[in-house]
Structure formats: C-alpha cells, structure tokens
Design a protein around this ligand. Structure first.
Ligand code: ADP
Ligand code: ZN
Length: 695
C-alpha cells in the first residue's frame, strides 16, 4: 500500500510504500498518517524486487514504475476531474405542454431526447444561461450534479470500425504457430509492410476472447495516431494508450480506466509494461530492436527482459516483432531459444522498394558541392512533378553541427560538456545538445583572435533552407526535436504532411519508424555515415536498422518505392546489406565481429560511470571501484569516458566484459554495497548492463 509518513526533523510528509509486515523493528517507529491506496499486488512487488536486484537500483526506484507515472509523490495534486452534468428529474412526471417559457421547454425536450448532458454542452446546444438552469433546478425539474469524467485524450475523435482482414498464407502460418495458452517466446521477423500489425490485432482479439487482456509496446516516437487508430478502430474504447506526451491528468485517468477493467488493451512505450492490468494474456513488443526499450534513467531496465520475466510469471506468450531484429534476439532465435517466424513478402502489390547507393566522393570529384547528389536531385524533381511525396532523413538537428576557426582549428565547445555546440538558425545561437546551454555566436576566434570562423556539418535546419533554394516549387515540413516541442507536435506535423499533401517531410530518426504514407514513393537518406563512426559496438546494427526502416517508408501504396542512400562509405557491409535488403547477410558478418571482439550476445558489457564536479575525486573513486571489481571480475583499467564532461561533471568509466548470470549479478550487488560504505559522497556511480551507447 501507498502511505503517508512523517519524515525528518521538519515533519515533512512523504509518500512511502508498505512492502512487508514485521512484528518488531530495530528502528524507532512513527505512525503512518494516512493510507493512500493500494497500488500494486504481490506479483508486481516481485517484479519490482527483481528489477532492483537486476538493474542495481533501490527498491523504491523500482516501485516508482508501478504507480501512475508522474504521480509517485504528487498523488494529491492530480484530482479526478469532475464536470457538472444536467439530468432530468425522473421522480416527477413532466408534462412539456404545461411549461410556459420557450427556453425552459427547449431544455426539457433536449433532456428528454438525450437523458442527460454535460452542462457546458447543454448550454451550447440549447443556448441557455446559467440562470435558467438554476430556476429549473429550483423548481425540481432537473438535477445538476458533479460527475467524474475521464480526461480521455481521444474524445472527439471519430474512428471507423474495422474488421479483421483475411490473412495471407504467410500471415496465417505465423498466426497459427503462436500458442496463446502458455509461456513461450516468439520472434516475428517480417519485412516492412509484411502485415505484422494485422497479426498483432488478431492475436489480441483471440486473447480477449479467451477472457484475458493484452499489453503491446511500441517505440515512443512511433506511437502516432496512425498506429493507435488501427487499434481503436478494431477494438473501440477498451484500448488505453500510455505515453510520455500525455498530461499527468490524462495519464492518471488512463491508469484508472485500466485499473477499473474498462480498458483491456494497453498500448504504450516501455513503461506501459507496468500498467495495472489484471489477467494478462499476452505481451507484444513491436519493433523490438528499438533502443527506447532500454531505459537510460534509473532504473536502467530493459523492457524486453522485464517483459520476459512477466511472461514467465503469468505463463503467457511474449511476441517480438521486427523487420530488422536486434542481433542478440536473432542469435537467440537461431539457437532455438526463441521461436522464429518469418514474413518475407509485403502485402501490397508494389513489393519492397528498390534501394540505390550514391557515393558522395564521386559527387565531390565531379564538382557537385551541394548536399543533394545528382541522382537524388533528379529523383526529387520527378516525384514533385508527379505529385508524389518524399521523405528525407538526416540524423542531425540544428543548422551547422560544429563551428571551427579556419586558422587555428579551434572548435566551439560547451564550457560544461565536452561536446561541440550546434548552431541553430531559429535562435541564432549555439546550443549544447547535452545540457541545453546556449551561447552567442562569436565572430572572432576566442583562441587566436582571427576572424576566420566557419560553419561545418549540415543539420536539418540547413537542409530545409537548401530545399527551399533548390526546389522552390515544393512545400516542405521539418520534424525534429526542435519542431515537435509543443503538445501533439508530432501528430500535427504528420497530419499536415498527409492531409495537405506537403511534398517533402524532412526529419531526424523520428520519421524513420512505423509511418505508413501510401503516397510516399521516394526516400532520401542524406548521410548514411552519421551513425557509423560513433564508437559503439552497436554502430553497424544501428546503421542497418535505420537504413532499412527508412527505405521501408517508400512505396507502401500501389506505386513502387525508391530509396536513395548517400554515403562516403559505400563499402561498409551494413550499407551494402541494407541495399540488398538482406538481413541474413548483415547478421552473418556482424555476428562474427561480435564474437571476435567479445561483445554481446557472446559477452555482456557492464559500464560503470563515476561522475562528479571534482575531477580528482572522480578519478580516485573510479580506481577504488576498480580495485573492488578486480577481486571478482576482469575489468579494464578506469579511463575518462569518451565524453569526458557533461553538465560540468567529469566522467570516468570502467568497462567489464563478462557473462552475467544471477550469481554474478549478486556478486556485483555485493561489491556495490561494500563500495557504498566507503564512497566519497561527492561522486555519483551508475552501472548499466549492455547500454544503448557507450559514450
Ligand atoms: P507491418 O506491421 O509489417 O509494417 P502492416 O500490418 O502495417 O505491416 O501491413 C501493411 C499494410 O498491409 C497495411 O496497410 C495493412 O492494412 C495491409 N494489410 C495487412 N494485412 C493484410 C491482409 N491480410 N489483407 C489485406 N491487407 C493487409
Ligand atoms: Zn553543455
């Protein structure tokens, strides 16, 4: 249970959780002030304990996942929303003919037709004042009362009902091979547009018919109306949607609908795993390779691992789906630990898009210094002429990604973080993408005093300007972190692109996933290399996935699609394999590299980062920890992290490669407990197993 307890000298009240009962305690106890509510059951508590052990966090951090996000400490700030509703007084017989006032008559006849109505709606529909309603209430004809209403983010939304589609032979084969009666793990490896989502819909229908409920995870940024509409139109309002862009009130209400049993299907980002859904019957993780399933904040849990734990606990199936599976998942599938199910054909007539690679070195050599290769330029001109739509992808936001002095080579860096600052045209300022600090652009080099400051590296803002210059006949809309900050920013841009037939959608990786625009025939990737040299064991995998997902946006309707990929490294195997759309070829090369370098799935990578304001203390503490690790593991020497400073805090890193089983987790846990007793309080320590990035 969630309780309120007095805490500390100032008698502040804090929210606490009762996780066990004891007869006596070695501590001095105080009284619980108030019992708030029962937020989780024994099974969920088991999961929280498992998370706290496995991901090295406090139990309270893990428990925080189980309460409605944003309400763990502010439970009393989010009140249920009520609204005044007007009802006909059913205790008396009303003869409408006897009512003299026309206005009164209109209200009563409206209520006879509609039984009841929110006061605001009634006032608008019948055009009456509060005074009239008050009189009617005083005369006993109507009753006005407060009614709880749901802040449903989808009200006012009309969705047409759809029915299950006749499955293709391939789909049928996959569907029939999934047994919903007990625990098992499945990977649906299906090319983009092969009908995976339709299979999810039909699996969920089957689970609901068996009396159980379903959770489906999708990557945060592909949680668009397009995907949610497909579920709403098939299942109606038993669908609850959870994502971080809901207001705390909306989230609270969705949480309540799930708890009450009104919602039986939960769709959401990784934290939706913890929704208070009873009687769980299936967990589906779409685009299972997506990095957003791994949390980068404490608890640094992996949603796929937690989902597996839940599936085991409830004895239900776990379904993973992707066109470009995580190398680790695929390895397990080939080893027989996961059932591998394949979809090799697109449902649509047009088939998979064709992919062409352009070597940008050739463009430079022939005097083309623009960001558009000739091939892409003419393909775009053509598509615009034919009224077909284009998606352009670039993985860098801002205008220029670094500012350098041509004379001395000085690069403008954030003073608090060891990263170069990005020039943003809209603000006409330099912005640090790590801490958000901004700075005036210098015209004189602070290092050598010369006036040779130049801008390098194009970001999406610059490309937008270039598009306007080279394609003045076309309309363009940009989608990146900077243009989507407003509420429902993503949805608005995507709707505009679709409904107003904007010619070009330009954006960062948030345009790569899940979108299904039938009129898009051309996809351009401006710089495929930007994810290759990022000093990360997952770099090849990320490149292959991104290119395949991006190309997969083209030709989803009846017209054939084309993707043009620009690169300075056309011989990289991840780019070559993406061109051939050959996952197996990519996988076979990649898995060999991973084995040689002792990377996952062969070994786990454990990264411990020690950070703090005082560089000496950070270094000393990193060495202290290293000494402790050495007793049970073979850690690499502590070194400054690739990004040596973020937000003024210095960072040192200790890397361990090992096979982490339950026993070793326990050992790590004990080392950390030992360390915490001798730790210098000025530093922070975080441990992450198989992190998304190693920076
Ligand atoms: P994926 O999730 O693999 O990208 P989708 O489920 O979105 O694929 O399917 C791609 C398109 O094909 C969608 O427009 C979908 O409505 C359509 N589709 C899927 N299955 C069928 C089917 N069995 N019959 C007809 N159309 C289908
Ligand atoms: Zn910074």
């Amino acid at each position: 249970m969630r309780v309120l307890v007095p805490f500390g000298a100032r008698k502040m009240y804090e929210v606490g959780y009762v996780v066990a009962l004891k007869e006596s305690s070695e501590y001095k106890c105080k009284n619980i002030i108030k019992i708030i509510d029962r937020v989780f059951d024994e099974e969920k508590l088991e999961i929280a304990k498992w998370i706290s052990l496995k991901y090295f966090c406090n139990l309270s951090d893990a428990i925080r996942l189980l309460v409605p996000p944003g309400t763990s400490t502010t439970f009393d700030k989010i009140k249920e929303k009520t609204e005044k509703c007007v009802y006909l007084n059913e205790d008396i017989e009303i003869d409408i003919e006897k009512i003299k006032s026309e206005k009164h008559k209109k209200v009563i006849s409206f209520l006879i037709d509609n039984k009841n109505a929110p006061k605001s709606v009634l006032k608008e529909m019948v055009d009456v004042s509060d005074a009239i309603l008050k009189t009617l209430e005083k005369n006993g004809l109507i009753i006005i009362k407060d009614v709880h209403v749901s802040r449903n983010p989808f009200v006012n939304k009309k969705v047409e009902k759809t029915t299950p589609l006749e499955l293709t032979e391939e789909q049928k084969n996959v569907f029939e091979n999934i047994d919903i009666s007990g625990y098992d793990k499945y990977l649906i490896h299906g090319v983009t547009g092969s009908g995976k989502t339709e299979i999810y819909l039909q699996l969920i229908k089957k689970v609901l018919e068996s009396g159980k409920n379903a959770i489906m995870l999708v990557p945060e940024i592909s949680l668009t109306p397009q995907i949610t509409d497909r579920f709403l139109s098939r299942f109606g309002d038993v669908v609850a949607i959870l994502h971080s862009r809901l207001s705390p009130g909306e989230r609270y209400d969705e949480w309540q609908r799930i708890k009450n049993g009104d919602a039986r299907i939960v769709i959401g980002a990784r934290s939706a795993l913890f929704a208070p859904l009873d009687n769980l019957g299936i967990i589906i993780i779409d685009e299972e390779h997506d990095h957003s399933y791994k949390s980068e904040n404490t608890p640094k849990y992996d949603a796929k691992e937690v989902a597996n734990q839940l599936a085991l606990m409830y004895d239900i199936p776990l379904i993973l789906g992707s066109a470009t599976p995580d190398v680790k998942t695929y390895y397990e599938a080939l080893n027989g630990d996961i059932n591998l199910l394949k979809l090799e054909k697109r449902v649509s007539k047009s088939g998979l898009p064709s992919i062409e690679i352009v070597d940008m070195r050739d463009e430079l050599a022939s005097g083309n210094k623009t960001v558009f290769s000739r091939k892409l330029y003419y393909a775009m001109k053509n598509a615009i002429k034919n009224k077909e739509q284009i998606m352009l992808f670039l993985n860098r936001r801002g205008y220029s990604t670094f500012i350098m002095c041509r004379d001395c080579g000085y690069v403008m860096k954030c003073e608090d973080c060891d990263v170069s600052m990005t020039y943003h045209l809209d603000e006409n300022r330099l912005i640090c993408h790590y801490c958000g600090k901004t700075k005036q652009v210098a015209t004189v080099c602070p290092e050598c005093g010369k006036k040779n400051i130049r801008y390098f590296g194009s970001g999406t803002q610059k490309i937008e300007a270039e598009i306007k210059k080279y394609f003045p006949e076309a309309s363009v809309i940009r989608m990146d972190v900077d243009t989507t900050r407003v509420k429902n920013g993503h949805e608005k841009i995507l709707a505009k692109f679709r409904d107003e037939k904007i010619d070009i959608l330009l954006g960062t990786q948030m345009i790569a996933k899940g979108h299904d625009f039938s009129n898009v025939t051309l996809v351009g990737v401006l710089a495929a290399d930007s994810s290759i040299n990022i000093g990360d064991y997952k770099a090849n995998e990320k490149t292959y996935q991104l290119l395949t997902q991006m190309a997969g946006r083209a030709g989803r309707g009846d017209k054939k699609g084309t993707a043009i990929i620009q690169t300075y490294m056309p011989d990289e195997f991840s780019i070559e394999a993406a061109k051939e759309q050959n996952y197996t070829k990519f996988y076979n090369t990649e898995i060999n590299i991973r084995e040689k370098l002792n990377y996952p799935p062969f070994y786990d990578i454990i990264i411990t980062v020690v950070s703090g304001l005082n560089e000496e203390a950070v270094k000393t503490e990193a060495n202290k920890l290293y000494g402790l690790f050495k007793e049970s593991f073979s850690p690499y020497n502590p070194v400054p992290a690739p990004i040596t400073k973020i937000n003024n805090e210095y960072r040192w890193r200790i890397l361990i490669k090992d096979n982490i089983d339950d026993f070793k987790i326990q050992t790590l846990y004990e080392i950390m407990s030992k360390y915490r007793k001798i730790q210098d309080e000025s530093v922070k320590v975080s441990i992450d197993i198989n992190p998304n990035n190693m920076l």
